[in-house]
Design a protein around this ligand. Sequence first.
Ligand SMILES: [Zn+2]
Length: 256
Amino acid sequence: MLNELLGEIVISVVGKQATEIVELLNTPKYVNEFLLAKKLGVTINQTRNMLYKMSDYGLVSSVRKKDKKKGWYTYSWRFEISKCLEFLKDLLLKNKKEIEEEIASRKLKRFYVCESCGLEYDEDQALLMDFTCDECGEVFTVKDSSKLIKDLEKALTKINAKLKIVEVEVEKERGKLDKKKALDLKKEEKEIIKKKALQKKKRELNKKVQKAENEKSLKKSNKKVKKVLPKMKSAAKKEKIRKKVSPKKGKKVSKK
Ligand SMILES: [Zn+2]
């Protein structure tokens, strides 16, 4: 069903010659434009012309890829299904409005016709022409619009049925997109958890490294202290001795 609807869209935008492209572009994966041209049996320029026309309405999207051998970019394409359905819906609604207006006008107004020329005029025009044909001089007859109205009403029923079908496809597509979104979200959440775990590991590793470095530098400074300490101790001893000796000397001196 979807392919049928897409076909209608492609015909209205590009023309009948593009109907074969429908099945090729209705894939989840992007299709290389050279492959499209080959499968369609047309030149790459003709293929691109079709794609660009559809692209103008956002009906197709593309990704570009650099050709490793030739060094230039090639494009791959696919339908944007939601946009396509929206486009078709708008088209149908516009058509529906036109038909409804025509039916209302046919029911409300009177139309006149020259039977021999087959030309039709509304009431104002007919009045201006004095209800007589400029071409052949025949007097107008009142147009019987009942068959036309019936046909228009049939067309309206068809459009309404098609609008329902489009709505079903829109819902389907929405469901698909929601599913994909949920999957992407889950993926993203998993990535975040993974990232956090990695960061935690990194922090712990950093802590370990820092700790090891701290211990190392502590040992180093301890060694320094050990080296310096005996010197300091001996210096302090000397000082003590000097201090011990000098006051005694002074006392001795003062006593004497
Ligand atoms: Zn006439």
